[in-house]
Ligand binder design. Structure first.
Ligand SMILES: NC(=O)c1ccc[n+]([C@@H]2O[C@H](COP(=O)([O-])OP(=O)(O)OC[C@H]3O[C@@H](n4cnc5c(N)ncnc54)[C@H](O)[C@@H]3O)[C@@H](O)[C@H]2O)c1
Length: 347
């Protein structure tokens, strides 16, 4: 069978909002076969098995993997469950693990995860799938076409808090900056209320990052980040873009009803267009790119885990900076778990 015809088997663990998005896109793509489902919540598991017509269901991911021996393991659990499921996937011999952002709760955890993955040669994909939105891509096209002149700054802002939103912002801004590596980051944070959330975070964080190509990154998340009044849906009030010597271009995430789109001011004038984040639009190509990468190692997934790890490191470097003060140089080694350290350090 030629690789183009091969069907890859997939097991999905964590069947909440995002797990169902993944299962839906996988079950409608002929390149994949959904062979097993898992959730610790029996009612969610039963409902998903019925919805997708999948025979094998387990409340334990290790048993799911043993029962189904899939080529692809997808997990969409909350951020507290990462390293054990990466280990389970690696030990079960899967080829690729696709999982949700944020990568981990700490640098230590992320380093441990990637040590296991690299040693076993397992590919990873992290769900920063907003980039498939046509408005996100329009901004990339404008920047890559040179209409901004020399790009000197990339930026991202979201009113949603750090562990929900920041790696999205950094990922897309890094894409707009051709994924130049970051050299250092400086961060400052405020407020401890959101540390109690399942996406444990400071209430507000500001990050300045220096990229090796001379471009500066500026990111803000949480209560106190600038509003994006053009977008109504609170979680989608994100503005990500680039400024250069001859203009700027930016995307407003939006979607889900009202607002969103892209805009640019360049030497060609003032330009804008519609757009909105839409899971139904963004998930199918995200899933298809997994098949393409498994078919051909040169077709690296745009949301590959090694790139996502670099964005995660910028966020964690900023947390370390808020604790220790000063610049934190990248890449990061092991250290005090960032969220706990930050919670202790903030007044
Ligand atoms: N990429 C995006 O656009 C996007 C959007 C929303 C959420 N997310 C991320 O997706 C992740 C999941 O969010 P959600 O909104 O789907 O959460 P959710 O609470 O709806 O679903 C999580 C599911 O995981 C299950 N679960 C927990 N531990 C498990 C385990 N050990 N084994 C199997 N199942 C387990 C829970 O019972 C629950 O059903 C989070 O990390 C979140 O940040 C990403």
């Amino acid at each position: 069978m030629s690789p183009a015809q091969k069907t890859y088997t997939v097991a999905v663990a964590g069947l909440g909002k995002r797990g169902l998005h993944h299962a839906q896109a996988i079950s409608t793509n002929p390149r994949f076969r959904l062979v097993g489902l898992c959730d610790i919540d029996q009612a969610r598991l039963d409902a998903a098995r019925t919805k997708f017509g999948v025979a094998i269901g387990q409340t334990d991911a290790v048993r799911l993997l043993a029962d189904t021996r899939p080529e692809v393991f997808v997990f969409c659990t909350l951020p507290q469950v990462r390293l054990p499921l990466i280990r389970a996937g690696v030990e079960a011999g899967v080829k690729l693990i696709a999982y949700e952002k944020p990568i981990a709760l700490s640098t230590n955890e992320a380093l441990e995860m990637y040590k296991l993955l690299r040693a076993a040669g397992v590919k990873t994909v992290v769900s920063h799938q907003h980039r498939y939105g046509l408005h996100y891509q329009k901004v990339k096209e404008i920047i890559a076409g040179g209409a901004l002149g020399r790009v000197h700054t990339v930026y991202g802002q979201a009113t949603g808090w750090m562990m929900h939103m920041m790696t999205h912002l950094i990922e897309y801004a890094s894409w707009y900056n051709d994924y130049a590596p970051a050299e250092w980051a400086v961060g400052q944070a405020a407020g401890k209320e959101k540390f109690a959330d399942v996406h444990s975070s400071p209430d507000y964080i500001a990050v300045v990052a220096q990229f090796a190509n001379g471009v500066r990154g500026v990111f803000e998340c949480g209560a106190g980040a600038p509003d994006v009044p053009e977008v109504e849906a609170w979680w989608r009030k994100c503005r990500i873009g680039a400024q250069g010597t001859e203009g700027f271009a930016e995307v407003l995430t939006g979607g889900g009803g009202a607002g969103g789109g892209w805009r640019a001011v360049t030497k060609d004038g003032i330009l804008s267009g519609p757009g909105g984040m839409d899971y139904d639009h963004d998930m199918p190509p995200y899933i298809q790119d997994i098949a393409d990468w498994l078919d051909d190692p040169n077709m690296v997934h745009p949301c590959n885990g090694e790139t996502a790890l670099k964005g995660f490191e910028i966020m964690m470097a900023a947390c370390r900076s808020a604790v220790r003060r000063g610049k934190v140089t990248l890449p990061l080694g092991p250290g005090e778990p960032e969220l706990e350290a930050l919670q202790k350090a903030l007044p």
